[in-house]
Design a protein around this ligand. Structure first.
Ligand SMILES: Cc1cc2nc3c(=O)[nH]c(=O)nc-3n(C[C@H](O)[C@H](O)[C@H](O)COP(=O)(O)OP(=O)(O)OC[C@H]3O[C@@H](n4cnc5c(N)ncnc54)[C@H](O)[C@@H]3O)c2cc1C
Length: 494
C-alpha cells in the first residue's frame, strides 16, 4: 500500500512533525503486515464491476424462502460472468442466478454464490418488421412491455404479473392462459447461454437444437442465459369480461367455453359453488374510458375492500378458521357478483394484483382431466374439514415441444391453489397442498417448477418423456453440477 496520499493529507493538518512521522511509520508497518497475508483464490482478480456484496440475505417475493450466499455478484459484462464462473469452479461453489426472486419455492437459492443480472438488463434490439425483440437475461418483462409498446409490438401471452426477469420466467415454464397460446418460453427464437466450462453457446431451432429445447425450460441448471430473442406480435388491446357462474355450469361445458375465447380462465371460490369466468379477446375498440368517480370507486373496492379489509379478515381467521367459508362467500358477493368489462393495452389486461404474501401450489394436467380434477378437489375440501382460501385458479395452455415444459406434447389445464399469509402470519397449508398434489399426480399431473412440490427425480422421470435427455445435456454442459442447489439435486438426482 502506498502512503503518499496519507502523507499529503497529514501535511494539510495543523499537527507536529513528530506526530505526523509516527502516524506515517504506523501506516507503513500496517501495510507491510497486510502484504504478507497471502491472497486466497477467492480474492484473486475480482474486478470492481462485479459489484460483489458480502453478508447479503436474499428472500423470495413471498418471504418464504431465503439464502445468505458467501458471494453475491451483480456483473455488468460477460467477462465479469467468466470470472465469477471460474471462481465458483475453483472453489467448488454452487452458483444460482437470482432473477427477480418471484419463484415461490427455493429454485433460485444457494448459500454459495448468487449472481443477479440486474445490471445486464438491456434491450439490445427491436426489429419492427420481423416483430422480434432481443434482450439481456436480466431484463424485466415489464421493461419489455413498455419498450415494445413504443414500437407498436407486444408479447402474445403473459402470466398474472410482469415483475419477473425474462430469463427467470422462461427457466421455470411460466405461463399465462389460452388454449391456443403456449408457455412464454415457446416464443423464444434464440437464446445465448454461458456454460460452466466458460463457453458462450447460441442456441436456436437450427443451432444446438437439443440444448435449445432443454434450455427453454432449463431450471437455471444448464448455464447463465445471457440474452434471448423473442417473437412478438403487433401491439394489441384486449377486451376482457369477468362474469359470475356456478362451478357446475363451468365444468359442464368446459371444453366449449375455453375454446370460445383467445384467453380464458376461471377462479373457483372454495366452500361455495361460485366461479368467476374471465375471457379476453383481441379488439380494435378504444380503451375503456375511466371517469375520476369510477377510479375512486375502483380504488375503494379493489384496494380497501379487496386488499386491506381482506387481509385483516384473513388474519382474524387465523384464530377462527371456521370464518373462512363466510369470508369466501362475502368477498365473492362484494367483489365478483357483478359483470365487469375492460378494454386496455394487452399487458394491463393480462396482469393482476396478486395481493399479499402467500403459499401457492400449481400443477398442469392433461386438459381432458381438468373437470375430474376440479370435482375431486371440491370433494376433498367438502369432506376433509379443511378451511381454504380463495381462489382456486384454472388456466389453460397449448401443447409444446420444450422438453421440461409441463405442457410438453399435451394441451394442459393448470390448477393453482393458494393460502395467504396475512401480515406474514403463517397458516397451515401442508395437508391441503399434499392432498391436492396427490389428486394432481393421480391424474398424470406435472408440478410447476417454481412452486413448492414434493416430487423427486424418479417421479419426474415418469412424467417427462425427455427427462433423461435433459439430464444428459446437463451432464455434458455442467458435469460438476455447479449450477445446482438442494432443490435441483432433489428433482434431477434425488
Ligand atoms: C405474484 C406472483 C405471480 C406469479 N404469476 C405467475 C403466472 O401467472 N404464471 C406462472 O407460470 N408463474 C407465475 N409466477 C411464478 C414466476 O413467474 C416464476 O417463479 C418465475 O420464474 C419468476 O421469475 P424471476 O425472474 O423472479 O426468477 P427467479 O425466481 O429469481 O428464478 C427462477 C429460476 O430462473 C433461474 N434464472 C433466472 N435468471 C436466469 C438466467 N439469466 N440464466 C439462467 N437461469 C436463470 C433461477 O436460477 C431460477 O432457477 C408468479 C409468481 C409470483 C410471486
Amino acid at each position: 500500500m502506498s502512503c503518499s496520499w496519507l502523507s499529503e493529507a497529514l501535511n494539510t493538518l495543523p499537527i507536529k512533525e513528530s506526530v505526523r512521522d509516527d502516524i506515517l511509520m504506523e501506516a507503513k508497518l500496517d501495510s507491510a503486515t497486510e502484504q504478507e497475508t497471502p491472497l486466497t483464490s477467492t480474492d484473486i482478480l475480482v474486478p470492481v464491476s462485479l459489484n460483489q456484496q458480502e453478508n447479503k440475505t436474499l428472500q423470495n417475493w413471498a418471504h418464504i424462502e431465503s439464502c445468505k450466499p458467501k458471494r453475491y455478484f451483480e456483473p455488468e459484462t460477460v467477462e465479469d460472468i467468466e470470472v465469477i464462473v471460474e471462481q465458483c469452479r475453483s472453489n467448488n461453489w454452487k452458483l444460482r442466478v437470482f432473477g427477480a426472486g418471484h419463484s415461490p419455492n427455493n429454485i433460485a437459492m444457494t448459500n454459495d454464490c448468487i449472481v443477479s443480472l440486474k445490471r445486464m438488463n438491456r434491450i439490445e434490439n427491436i426489429d419492427e418488421e420481423q416483430k422480434t425483440v432481443t434482450a439481456q437475461g436480466g431484463t424485466l418483462i415489464k421493461q419489455l412491455n413498455q419498450e415494445l409498446a413504443k414500437h407498436n409490438l407486444g408479447l402474445s401471452s403473459l402470466g398474472s404479473i410482469s415483475e419477473q426477469t425474462i430469463a427467470g420466467a422462461i427457466s421455470t415454464g411460466t405461463h399465462g392462459t389460452g388454449i391456443n397460446f403456449s408457455i412464454l418460453g415457446a416464443s423464444v427464437l434464440e437464446l445465448e447461454l454461458f456454460t460452466a466450462s466458460g463457453k458462450r453457446l447460441l442456441c436456436s431451432e437450427t443451432e444446438h437444437p437439443d440444448i435449445f429445447k432443454a434450455a427453454l425450460c432449463g431450471l437455471g441448471c444448464l448455464g447463465i442465459i445471457l440474452r434471448v430473442k423473442i417473437q412478438c406480435e403487433k401491439a394489441f388491446r384486449l377486451y376482457a369480461v369477468q362474469q359470475p357462474y356456478s362451478l357446475d355450469q363451468v365444468l359442464e361445458h368446459l371444453d366449449d367455453w375455453l375454446r370460445s375465447s383467445e384467453h380464458w380462465r376461471f377462479w373457483w371460490f372454495p366452500h361455495t359453488d361460485r366461479c368467476v369466468v374471465w375471457t379476453a379477446q383481441r379488439t380494435n375498440q378504444s380503451p375503456t374510458a375511466v371517469s375520476s368517480l369510477s377510479r375512486i370507486s375502483a380504488w375503494f373496492k379493489e384496494r380497501l375492500l379487496g386488499y386491506h379489509s381482506l387481509e385483516a379478515m384473513l388474519y382474524l381467521a387465523t384464530f377462527a378458521p371456521f370464518m373462512i367459508p363466510f369470508i369466501n362467500r362475502l368477498y365473492f358477493r362484494l367483489l365478483f357478483e357483478e359483470k365487469k368489462e375492460k378494454i386496455d393495452q394487452s399487458d394491463k389486461v393480462f396482469n393482476f394484483d396478486c395481493l399479499f404474501r402467500q403459499y401457492v401450489d400449481e400443477w398442469s394436467i392433461p386438459l381432458r382431466h381438468t373437470v375430474e380434477a376440479m370435482k375431486r378437489l371440491r370433494n376433498l375440501i367438502e369432506t376433509s374439514g379443511l378451511y381454504v382460501h380463495f381462489p382456486v385458479e384454472v388456466r389453460f395452455t397449448k401443447a409444446d415441444d420444450i422438453w421440461l415444459s409441463p405442457s410438453y406434447e399435451r394441451e394442459s389445464g393448470w390448477i393453482g391453489i393458494i393460502m395467504y399469509r396475512p401480515y406474514s402470519k403463517d397458516v397451515p397449508f401442508q395437508y391441503y397442498f399434499r392432498q391436492f398434489e396427490q389428486i394432481m399426480q393421480s391424474l398424470d399431473g406435472r408440478p410447476h417448477w417454481a412452486k413448492p412440490h414434493g416430487c423427486n427425480s424418479t417421479q419426474l422421470q415418469k412424467m417427462y418423456p425427455r427427462f433423461s435427455e435433459f439430464k444428459q445435456i446437463r451432464e455434458n454442459l455442467d458435469p460438476e453440477h455447479i449450477f445446482s442447489n438442494q432443490y435441483i439435486d432433489r428433482i434431477l438426482d434425488g
